[in-house]
Design a protein around this ligand. Structure first.
Ligand code: AMP
Length: 576
C-alpha cells in the first residue's frame, strides 16, 4: 500500500541505507574524506597545502588549516571573476550560491555544484522517508511558499542566485521532489515571479484552488509561512472574489504570472462561499490552516534557531496540525536530517549524514579561544552527549575545514552518528564589555517580555537589537514590533523584563555596577519589519530564505536606519 503511494522512492530502502551509513559513521567519514580529497586533489588550494596526495584524516588535519569565509574570499573572488582553473575544486565551479546574509549582515558567495545538489536530494529523501513512516502522505500536492531570486551572473559569467534558487533551477530538483511527493501546487511562473507580494498572493490562491488536494504546507524557513498567513488575514476577501469571478485581482500585474494563474481560474462561487464562510467562522484565525486545507497532514519547514520566535504564531494558525521542523544545512552545504519527525520543533534534532561531508567539531566547553589556544576539533564520532560544539565542514564543493559559525549541542546518537540540536550562531550579537549574549539569549529575553504582552492579548511580531555605545556607559537597544497597542505601563514593564531576562553574569554584573546603562526598548510601527524584508529582497535575497537580522551592527547600516526611523515609542529600563 505504502509502496504504491510512494511511486518514485522506496522509503524502506532509503531508511535501510541511512541505517547502514550511520552504523559505521566513523568508517564512512574516513571514506568520504578520501573521496573529497581524491576528487579535488588537483585544486590549487589543496596543492599549496602540501597534502601530496595523502587522504587520511591525520595528514588532512595537520596540513589544512581551519578557515572562515574571510580566508577563502580571494579564492572565491577569482572563481566568480571567471578563472576556470582548479582553484578550490578539481572540476570547475559553474554556479555560486549567495547566502542570505541576514544572519551576519553581509552576503557571501559560496560555490554550488552537482554534488551539493545530490546532497540536497539525499537529505530530503532521508527525512521524508522517516517522516512518511509516521505521517504518510496520500496522493496530492504541497502548498509551498517558495520564491526564486532573479537569476544573476557573477562578473565572470557564473550563475549566481540564492542556494534555493540554484536548486529550483536544477533539472534534477523537480524529479527529485516528485519522487518524495513534494510537488508544489503553484506554477513555476509564480515561484519565479518578479515581485514577491504578487507571488505570495498567487501561492495562497493556488492553495485555495487545490485545497482538497493539499497534503502539506511548506517553506524553507517558518518565517515565510507565518508571513503568508498574516497576509492571508489581509487579503482573504479579495482571494474569495477572485475565485468567485474566475478573475485574478488587479494587484497581480506581472504578465507571466497573470497568464499562468488565469489558466487555473474559472468562476467557482461555491468554493468562494465555502472559504468565505470558513474564514468568517474562525475566532482570531485559530486553526486557519487545517480549516483551509482539510487534508493537510503537517506543516513543514525549518522551525529551529532563529525561527523559534515564530512558532507561537505558527501553532495558532496550525491548530491541531503537527509542525515538523525541516533539516539542517546552509548555503555552504547540508549537514543533517531530521529523522525524529515526532519531536516538536523546540526539541528537534538532526542526524548527521556521514557521507555528504567530513565534519569536525570544536568543543566550546574548554573555551580555547578565550585562552588564546588553537581550537582542537574532534571527529564526528568523538563528540560527547550534552556538549556544545562549533561545527567545521569539509565538503565536495571546495570547502576544507570551514568554520560555519553555528553552535550545536549533541543530544544523542543515531547508531554512531550524532544527533544535533541547533543552538545558535556562534558570533555574539550583544556585547559591550564582559557581557556575552548570543541570538539565543536575546530570543529568550524577548520571549519573557512576550509573556507580558500575551496577557494583554498582544504578541511580538518581530524583533531586533543593537548595541549603543554612543552613550556612556553603552547600553542594549531592543526593537520590538507589536501586534497592537499596549499601555505605557505594560511597555515599561516589558522593558524592565527584557533587561532582567539577560542572565549572563557579565551582563548582570555590569548592569549592577552601572558599567552598562539601562536597556532601551524601542517600539517600532507596524510594518517596520516588512520594510526590512523588502530591503533584503531589493538586494536579491528570497523571502523563503530570509532570516530577520537579530542585531544590526555597523555592517547593517541601512537596516539600522529603517529601524531607527520607525520608532514609535521609547522606554528605558528601571530594573537594577
Ligand atoms: P544561509 O546563510 O541562508 O545559507 O543560512 C544558513 C544558516 O541558517 C545556517 O548556518 C544556520 O545558522 C541556519 N539554519 C539552517 N538550518 C537550520 C536549522 N534547521 N535550524 C536552525 N538554523 C538553521
Amino acid at each position: 500500500m505504502l509502496e504504491k503511494k510512494m511511486e518514485g522512492i522506496n522509503t524502506n530502502k532509503v531508511i535501510e541505507e541511512f541505517e547502514a551509513l550511520t552504523k559505521d559513521a566513523g568508517g564512512v567519514q574516513r571514506e568520504t574524506l578520501k573521496k573529497i580529497l581524491e576528487e579535488n586533489g588537483s585544486a590549487e588550494y589543496l596543492q599549496n597545502l602540501g597534502l601530496n596526495g595523502k587522504t587520511d584524516p591525520e595528514s588532512f588535519k595537520s596540513c589544512v588549516p581551519l578557515v572562515t569565509h574571510k580566508d577563502l574570499e580571494a579564492y572565491i573572488h577569482r572563481i566568480a571573476e571567471g578563472d576556470s582553473s582548479s582553484i578550490l575544486t578539481g572540476k570547475p565551479i559553474l554556479d555560486m550560491s549567495l547566502s542570505s546574509g541576514t544572519t551576519q549582515g553581509k552576503r557571501k558567495f559560496v560555490p554550488f555544484n552537482d554534488e551539493l545538489m545530490e546532497n540536497t536530494l539525499q537529505i530530503y529523501r532521508t527525512s521524508f522517508a522517516f517522516r512518511n513512516r509516521e505521517f504518510p502522505l496520500e496522493e496530492g500536492k504541497s502548498l509551498q511558499f517558495v520564491y526564486s531570486s532573479k537569476p544573476g551572473k557573477t562578473k565572470g559569467g557564473l550563475g549566481a542566485g540564492t542556494a534555493t534558487t540554484n536548486l529550483f533551477r536544477n533539472s534534477k530538483y523537480k524529479s527529485g521532489m516528485k519522487a518524495i511527493q513534494f510537488q508544489g501546487c503553484s506554477p513555476d511562473e509564480v515561484i519565479f515571479g518578479p515581485d514577491f507580494h504578487q507571488s505570495l498572493y498567487c501561492h495562497l490562491l493556488c492553495g485555495l484552488l487545490f485545497r482538497e488536494e493539499i497534503q502539506s504546507v511548506f517553506s524553507t524557513f517558518a518565517h515565510s509561512i507565518v508571513l503568508a498567513f498574516r497576509t492571508f488575514e489581509q487579503v482573504w476577501e479579495e482571494l474569495c472574489n477572485d475565485i468567485r469571478d474566475g478573475e485574478l485581482s488587479s494587484r497581480v500585474t506581472a504578465l507571466s504570472v497573470r497568464m499562468a494563474m488565469q489558466k487555473l481560474l474559472r468562476p467557482d462561487p461555491e468554493l468562494a462561499d465555502l472559504i468565505y464562510k470558513k474564514c468568517s467562522g474562525l475566532s482570531n484565525w485559530y486553526g486557519l490552516i487545517p480549516e483551509l486545507f482539510p487534508n493537510a497532514k503537517y506543516i513543514y519547514g525549518i522551525m529551529t534557531g532563529s525561527m523559534e520566535p515564530y512558532l507561537k504564531k505558527l501553532r495558532h494558525y496550525a491548530g491541531e496540525l503537527p509542525l515538523m521542523s525541516a533539516d539542517y544545512g546552509s548555503s555552504e552545504g547540508w549537514i543533517a536530517a531530521n529523522v525524529n519527525p515526532k519531536l516538536p520543533p523546540e526539541m528537534a534534532t538532526f542526524a548527521v549524514l556521514p557521507n555528504i561531508g567530513y565534519f569536525e567539531f570544536i568543543p566550546l566547553q574548554d573555551n580555547a579561544e578565550c585562552m588564546h589556544k588553537e581550537p582542537k576539533p574532534v571527529g564526528l564520532t568523538e563528540v560527547k552527549i550534552g556538549e556544545d560544539y562549533e561545527i567545521v565542514v569539509t565538503n565536495f564543493a571546495g570547502l576544507y575545514r570551514y568554520r560555519l559559525g553555528d553552535v550545536v549541542r549533541v543530544m544523542g546518537f543515531h547508531n554512531s552518528t550524532p544527533e544535533l540540536k541547533f543552538v545558535c550562531r556562534r558570533n555574539l550579537i550583544l556585547s559591550i564589555n564582559i557581557d556575552k549574549n548570543t541570538e539565543k539569549d536575546l530570543q529568550l529575553s524577548v520571549e519573557e517580555a512576550g509573556k507580558l504582552l500575551a496577557e494583554e492579548k498582544l504578541e511580538v511580531v518581530d524583533f531586533s537589537s543593537l548595541v549603543d555605545v554612543s552613550t556612556d556607559p553603552g547600553h542594549y537597544v531592543i526593537f520590538l514590533e507589536i501586534s497592537g497597542e499596549a499601555s505605557e505601563e505594560v511597555l515599561q514593564e516589558c522593558c524592565n523584563c527584557l533587561d532582567r531576562s539577560f542572565v549572563d553574569a557579565g551582563y548582570v554584573g555590569s548592569r549592577k555596577v552601572k558599567a552598562i546603562g539601562p536597556l532601551e526598548l524601542r517600539v517600532v510601527w507596524r510594518g517596520t519589519f516588512l520594510k526590512i524584508l523588502e530591503h533584503y529582497l531589493g538586494l536579491g535575497t528570497v523571502v523563503s530564505q530570509f532570516k530577520t537580522p537579530r542585531c544590526v551592527g555597523p555592517m547593517n547600516n541601512k537596516v539600522q536606519q529603517i529601524l531607527c526611523n520607525n520608532v514609535a515609542k521609547t522606554y528605558f529600563s528601571t530594573a537594577f
